[in-house]
Design a protein around this ligand. Structure first.
Ligand SMILES: C[S@@+](CC[C@H](N)C(=O)[O-])C[C@H]1O[C@@H](n2cnc3c(N)ncnc32)[C@H](O)[C@@H]1O
Length: 245
């Protein structure tokens, strides 16, 4: 194992600990319809807008298409893709969040779950583990909503490269834009108490990311697509689409 792998594994361990223990209840509530405070309400609104944006970049009809929801948390985006007929693999480091996702999926009607024969909905398989695991197989689409935001640029770029090798059509991911750094850092401060070895964010400039991706995945036939920044109160994140050219 080299130093880069070691750094990734350490970071991944911190993230897992944070989302599986410290913040699991916070995330369960944030991603529910239960009331939250004013600050978290802006984060919820921003995240809803981000999810809607990412979904708007995917085909309306995804019947039979394979989608990886990479770092799915409690599974909201996965369920949107199921509604469009996709076959979704949804994976997260946190076994607790995966259990919440499974419970939410199970609480849907058979029609909404896609298990009724009279529907053209897709299905989802939730599991806990690493989204970069090669055993997950190949996908038409990969979406990483706010799941790569805690990794430094080298791990983020390496993650995109690994995912791109298993993706046929497009990868949609988000990253913390370098500006406005302070607003974003403050945002996440709401979630990540200092007392915990919580995963801070690693803001990165889009140009720096672009330069790095040009040297890695552009040479493998990938091209830059849409990009947009969602800023809602205490939430700021940049979405980026990369497509096979
Ligand atoms: C900010 S939450 C976002 C969750 C979900 N995508 C959403 O938007 O609701 C980030 C999630 O990414 C997950 N994550 C981070 N690194 C991961 C990895 N290497 N493999 C799987 N999940 C990962 C975390 O466990 C956490 O649940």
């Amino acid at each position: 194992m080299n130093n880069a792998d070691q750094g990734y594994l350490e970071r991944r361990g911190q993230i897992e600990h944070y989302f599986d223990r410290t913040a699991a209840k916070t995330w369960e509530r944030l991603t529910s319809t239960d009331p939250v405070g004013r600050i978290r309400a802006t984060v919820r609104a921003g995240r809803d807008e981000m999810r809607a944006t990412l979904m708007s970049w995917l085909p309306q009809d995804m019947t039979g298409m394979r989608l990886l929801d990479a770092g799915c948390g409690t599974g909201a985006l996965a369920l949107c893709a199921v509604e469009r007929g996709a076959h979704v693999t949804a994976i997260d480091l946190s076994a607790n969040l995966i259990q919440v996702a499974k419970n939410r999926y199970a609480s849907l009607s058979p029609l909404a779950q896609g298990t009724s024969p009279s529907t053209n909905r897709g299905w989802v398989e939730f599991s806990s583990g690493d989204m970069l695991d090669p055993l997950l197989g190949e996908f038409d689409y990969v979406v990483g909503m706010d799941s790569l935001i805690h990794y430094d640029a080298p791990d983020l770029i390496n993650g995109i490269k690994i995912l791109s090798e298993r993706t046929k059509r497009a990868i949609l991911f988000t990253f913390p834009p370098r500006n406005p750094f302070l607003a974003f850092a403050h945002t996440m401060g709401q979630f990540f108490p200092r007392s915990d070895r919580s995963p801070t964010l690693a803001p990165v400039s889009q140009q720096k990311l672009r330069n790095a991706l040009q040297k890695t995945i552009v040479t493998q036939g990938w091209a830059e697509g849409k990009t947009t920044r969602i800023s809602r109160g205490f939430y700021t994140s940049q979405a980026w689409e990369w497509v096979r050219s």
